[in-house]
Every structure is written in structure tokens, then in C-alpha cells.
Write a protein that binds this ligand. Structure first.
Ligand SMILES: *Cc1c(COP(=O)(O)O)cnc(C)c1O
Ligand code: SF4
Length: 343
């Protein structure tokens, strides 16, 4: 067994274990965990300094998750945009391929909270998904996601990448993973060597707070960068975690220092069970204003909203606001004018 598989065995998965460690009360959380599973790696647990801090908020269940009825479990209509199970084909030239439904840590704000870590969502049947991609010559970009693709074994991932690489029209492959943040030991020299054989390959990781940047996560990123893999980062704006201009600037700068290029800051999707993390778009704009011009242009990502109904990602910078600021009008990639409400 590899060291990272051993770490997964040592994860905390119940409120009782957590209560034992932090003298926090566990009883409220049992119900939450029945609906939305919990898993925290020993490494990520070690980053918590005290209950309620930015690391804690991202991984420890909150009763508020069960009190959010206003929003949809699947606001981006991913299920409707799924030609075969586990494949999301929204934009003509690129496709999201959900190869795993497991993650090292179950983030409380996850946009696929409806199924990640649960029985309800199953990974794509690989043969069927690959056959679909092969049959659609316009697909030039395949994004492996989930769940976390790096929770698959090296061999399994190698098989999937090899199958995709056999398709002549697939130009680039991206892997979205939080492993460098939550399970850095997953990024072994062996993994980096395997990935290197499937270039051009891009890895987008997901740091949300400067305290997630440690010697270990820096080494994981360096391993990938040394294999010639371009590293990007997608953060989500989260209340009480990184909705603060100084925190976000610090994060972006430290990412560059570990050779990761900030790519997106996402406005939280309107996903059921995550309302307690939502910030206002105006707060995101304040965060962005503290970046542009105040730090390296390389440290300035695109601030985007993924529109409900699968209408695509749009840049907040190009939105028009209603006079009271509660409604935004945006134009998506198809040229459609869409009104976005913050509720
Ligand atoms: C985000 C996303 C993509 C990739 O978008 P980029 O802007 O190219 O990074 C592709 N498909 C779906 C369904 C997405 O949500
Ligand atoms: S790693 Fe990504 S997919 Fe997994 S729980 Fe966190 S946000 Fe969701």
C-alpha cells in the first residue's frame, strides 16, 4: 500500500472522533454527516489551529448545511447536460469527465455536494465516456474532475489518460484536484513520472487560504511543475475563509511563489447546503480591486460566476449592476443576456 492510501485509512470521518480531539460537541453533527459525508485527512486536520478557523470551516460539518432549503442541489444543471453518465458537455469544444466521486477531504462548500462522497453519484463508466468523446470531433479539451481524480490509483489514472490520448482530436487534458492541498503525499515521484507521459497536461488545484500553503503542499506542486506540468489554481470565495482582500492577496502571491498560477476565483454556486458560505458579488469586487495594480498581474485571476442553468461561466468584470446592486446583467459566451440574482 502506498503512503497516501495509508493516510486515507487514518482520516477522521465521524463527529465523535472530532469531538474527542477538539472538545467540541459532536451530537449536532451526526445528522449533517448522514446527509453529507465528512472526511478529513491527518495532514489537513493538522492545519487547524482552533475550531472555527478558516481550515476548520472548510472541512468540519456545520448544522447550517441542513437548514438551507432555498437553493437547488444542481443549479448548474449538470445532470441535464450529461450525454452519458458522469460526463458534462456544456461547451462544444470541452467536456468535464467525472472519473471519481471520492475526495481526500469533503469540502463543506462543494458544488457537487449532491453526490460527491455519497452513494448517489457514480463515476463515469470509462468506456462509455471515452467512446462518446471519440465520437465528438469538436471536443479538444477534456477536464478530469469528480470528486478528485487523484484518488484513483496511478494505474487506473494512467489507463484513462492513455485511452484519451488515443483520440486524435483531444488536444489537451486538464486534471482538477485538491490533493496538493489536502493530501500532498499523494503527489509522489511515480505519479509525476506517469503524468509526464501524457503531456500536454494541465493541473488545476484548489487552494483557498494562505495557511494551506505549507512545505508539504509546496513540494507536491514543485514535483508536478518539475514534470513540466502547468499548474493553475481555482479558489472559491468563502465567507469567513478568504472574503478578505489581504487574505486573498496573500494567497495569490504565495501561490505564485510555489509555481501555481491563479486562474479563477469563483463566486459560490447557488448549491443547496452551502448558503452559509456565500458572499456578495460586491465583496468579491472589493477583493479583486485589492489585487489589480497592487500586486503582480500574474497574481490576478479571473473572477467568475458559473451561471445557473448551465449557461456558462461569465466574468464579473463585464457585468452591469441594477441601481440597488442586487441584480447583475451579464452576457454569456453565446451572446445571451442573462440576469443573475444573488439569492
Ligand atoms: C468550468 C467548466 C468548463 C471549463 O471552463 P474553462 O473556462 O474552459 O476553464 C468546462 N465545462 C464545464 C461544464 C464547466 O463547468
Ligand atoms: S475536493 Fe473538490 S470535489 Fe472534492 S469535496 Fe472538495 S470541492 Fe468538492
Amino acid at each position: 500500500m502506498e503512503a497516501w492510501e495509508n493516510s486515507l485509512k487514518k482520516c477522521i470521518t465521524s463527529p465523535e472522533e472530532l469531538a474527542g480531539l477538539f472538545h467540541a460537541q459532536g451530537e449536532d453533527l451526526a445528522q449533517v454527516v448522514r446527509r453529507y459525508p465528512m472526511r478529513i485527512t491527518p495532514y489537513y486536520l493538522g492545519l487547524i489551529r482552533e475550531p472555527g478557523d478558516p481550515i476548520w470551516r472548510q472541512c468540519v460539518p456545520d448544522p447550517a448545511e441542513l437548514h438551507d432549503f432555498t437553493q437547488s442541489p444542481d443549479p448548474l444543471d449538470e445532470e441535464r447536460l450529461s450525454p452519458v453518465p458522469g460526463l458534462i458537455h456544456r461547451y462544444p469544444d470541452r467536456v468535464v469527465f467525472l472519473v471519481s466521486t471520492a475526495c481526500a477531504v469533503y469540502c463543506r462548500f462543494c458544488m457537487r455536494k449532491r453526490g460527491v462522497g455519497c452513494q448517489g453519484m457514480s463515476p463515469a463508466p470509462v468506456d462509455e465516456a471515452v467512446a462518446y468523446i471519440a465520437s465528438q470531433p469538436q471536443i479538444r479539451d477534456v477536464i478530469l474532475s469528480g470528486g478528485d481524480p487523484l484518488l484513483l490509483s496511478d494505474d487506473r489514472l494512467d489507463q484513462i489518460l492513455t485511452a484519451l490520448r488515443r483520440i486524435p482530436h483531444v488536444e489537451i487534458i486538464r486534471i482538477g484536484t485538491r490533493a496538493p492541498v489536502t493530501l500532498p503525499e499523494r503527489v509522489t515521484a511515480k505519479l509525476a513520472r506517469m503524468l509526464k507521459r501524457h503531456q500536454p497536461l494541465y493541473v488545476n488545484t484548489h487552494f483557498n487560504h494562505p495557511r494551506e500553503i505549507t512545505g508539504q503542499s509546496a513540494r507536491a506542486c514543485a514535483r508536478l511543475a518539475d514534470a513540466g506540468i502547468q499548474l493553475g489554481n481555482q479558489s472559491v470565495l468563502l465567507k469567513g475563509v478568504n472574503d478578505d482582500p489581504q487574505v486573498m492577496r496573500d494567497l495569490m502571491q504565495r501561490l505564485l511563489a510555489i509555481r501555481v498560477r491563479p486562474y479563477y476565483i469563483h463566486q459560490m454556486d447557488l448549491v443547496q447546503g452551502t448558503a452559509h458560505f456565500r458572499t456578495r458579488v460586491a465583496d468579491g469586487i472589493t477583493v479583486m480591486a485589492a489585487l489589480r495594480g497592487h500586486t503582480s498581474g500574474l497574481a490576478v485571476p479571473h473572477y467568475v460566476i458559473d451561471l445557473p442553468g448551465g449557461k456558462g461561466k461569465v466574468e464579473v468584470a463585464s457585468a452591469r449592476f441594477s441601481p440597488d446592486g442586487s441584480r447583475l446583467t451579464v452576457r454569456n459566451y453565446l451572446g445571451d443576456e442573462i440576469e443573475y440574482r444573488e439569492t
